[in-house]
Design a protein around this ligand. Structure first.
Ligand code: GLY
Ligand code: MN
Ligand code: MN
Length: 434
């Protein structure tokens, strides 16, 4: 693996936290994700199932974890199933985890080859009073799963084979556990943020009129991989000029011209934990007066939001407050006027022409992490703060995005070292031109 060892203590503690949430006589099954096919014999880069990773730290395909805390035979209360390495597999694919290595990573003592799963699982389902079977599905509020996952196939098989057990959803439990980050997890997200910072500083050195958006992408990935990241936390958005009002512009194929702003929504992963950064920088190294006015309006909202997203606030109430601030800034920028507000349809308020997304989401093993958005904000959860103003008619937009840990007394900005003041960005970019 590219990253430093995480330490099995995190995963041992995560399993303990999970066990506390289960009913008596429960069994939980986690499946890894499939390697996704592309075309012919091609495959996409491997992305582990975040829940399996959360309880084990195992980043290997065809893995399973079973947790059965009340099983009489202690040996089987936690079992990790892995592909059995063989000479041919290792010749083609390289090293796979040994049982000893897997125990070292996860803290799970009983590691069994996955070929032995059916027999052992039958034993655990039929002996020792196992009653509740917790299985996993992707219940993220924005998920659109159009392919059948390993979890889905397992659910089908399991229910057919053991129709009279009581089936339960583990997803809400995982969502509740994962939304509050442990100190080790925060440290890993911080590391992802620090790698992102290095990429961003490299890009500040690199950008000048004439560069292509994809060349900027190459600068980022060079720095990320050099520093032990597997790569981008999400498909990077590098949008110069009028492209930067398109929220999910990912083509990154255009040239950057003097006078353009470039919106960079680009960040690194580290050890499967994610960061999520947006900065908006001037191609020529200096913002125009108008660009700076808009930039500073977004920055003021971001700074206010940092203080407003606090424990016991509900996200959707926070969003409404941010929208009020946004409305006031848009009035000052003369993008909307009082009559627009007076005549607005409440279903489609005037500000929405220029600010058309949410201000924050949780962040962790997933970029848009799990956690119930209708609950109060929790101490120890990690959020993005990412207001933006997008002015199609002026052919530019600005978004600024930082990642924060919600603290008991104050929030901690994990991106506090990443330049954000317009003047600081100009200074760095202009110094590089000398
Ligand atoms: N990079 C995705 C987002 O900001 O939510
Ligand atoms: Mn984000
Ligand atoms: Mn982002």
């Amino acid at each position: 693996m590219r990253h430093e060892p995480i330490g099995k203590e995190l995963f041992i503690a995560n399993r303990k936290r999970l066990v506390k949430k289960l009913k008596p006589n429960s069994i939980v099954v986690f499946n890894s994700n499939d390697i996704m096919p592309s075309n012919a014999d091609g495959t996409l880069g491997y992305i582990q199932n975040s829940d399996l990773y959360y309880v084990s730290g195992i980043h290997q395909e065809e893995s399973m974890v079973i947790i059965c805390p009340d099983f009489p035979d202690k040996k089987y209360r936690e079992v990790l199933f892995l592909r059995e390495p063989n000479e041919m597999m290792e010749k083609w694919e390289g090293h796979k985890l040994t049982k000893k290595e897997a125990t070292e990573v996860s803290g799970i003592e009983t590691v069994v080859w996955v070929s032995g799963f059916d027999k052992l699982f039958h034993h655990m389902m039929t002996m020792g009073g196992t009653e509740h079977v917790f299985l996993n599905t992707n219940e993220h509020y924005r998920s659109e799963v159009v392919v059948e996952s390993r979890d889905a196939r397992f659910i089908e098989w399991c229910k057919k084979t053991y129709p009279l057990h009581k089936y339960e959803r583990i997803a809400p439990v995982m969502s509740e556990l994962r939304r509050v980050k442990q100190p080790r997890e925060v440290a890993l997200i911080q590391q992802a943020c620090d790698i992102t910072e290095c990429g961003f500083r490299r890009v500040l050195n690199f950008v000048r009129p004439g560069v292509m958006e994809y060349e900027i992408e190459a600068e980022f990935i060079h720095e990320f991989k050099r520093l032990g990241s597997k790569g981008f936390a999400y498909t990077p958005i590098i949008a110069a000029g009028e492209n930067n009002v398109i929220l999910h512009y990912v083509e990154n194929s255009r040239q950057c011209h003097a006078g353009d702003l470039i919106l960079l929504d680009v960040a690194a992963e580290y050890a499967n934990y994610n960061s999520d950064l947006t900065r908006t920088i001037p191609v020529s190294g200096q913002y125009t007066k108008r660009q700076k006015e808009v930039y500073n309006a977004v920055l003021r909202i971001q700074r206010a939001a940092f203080k407003m997203l606090r424990p016991s606030v509900v996200y959707f109430d926070f969003q409404r407050e941010i929208e009020k601030l946004m409305e006031a800034e848009l009035l000052k920028l003369k993008l909307i006027n009082k009559t627009d507000i007076k005549n607005q349809n409440p279903e489609s308020p005037a500000y929405r022409k220029y600010f058309y997304h949410g201000t924050s989401h949780m962040l962790g093993l997933d970029v848009h992490d799990v956690g119930n958005m209708h609950d109060k904000v929790q101490v120890g959860s990690v959020w993005t703060i990412e207001p933006g103003i997008y002015i199609k008619e002026e052919k530019f937009g600005v978004r600024l995005e930082n990642n924060v840990v919600i603290g008991k007394k104050v929030n901690i900005d994990l991106m506090r070292n990443i330049p954000i003041e317009a003047e600081e960005i100009e200074e760095i970019m202009m110094a590089n031109k000398k």
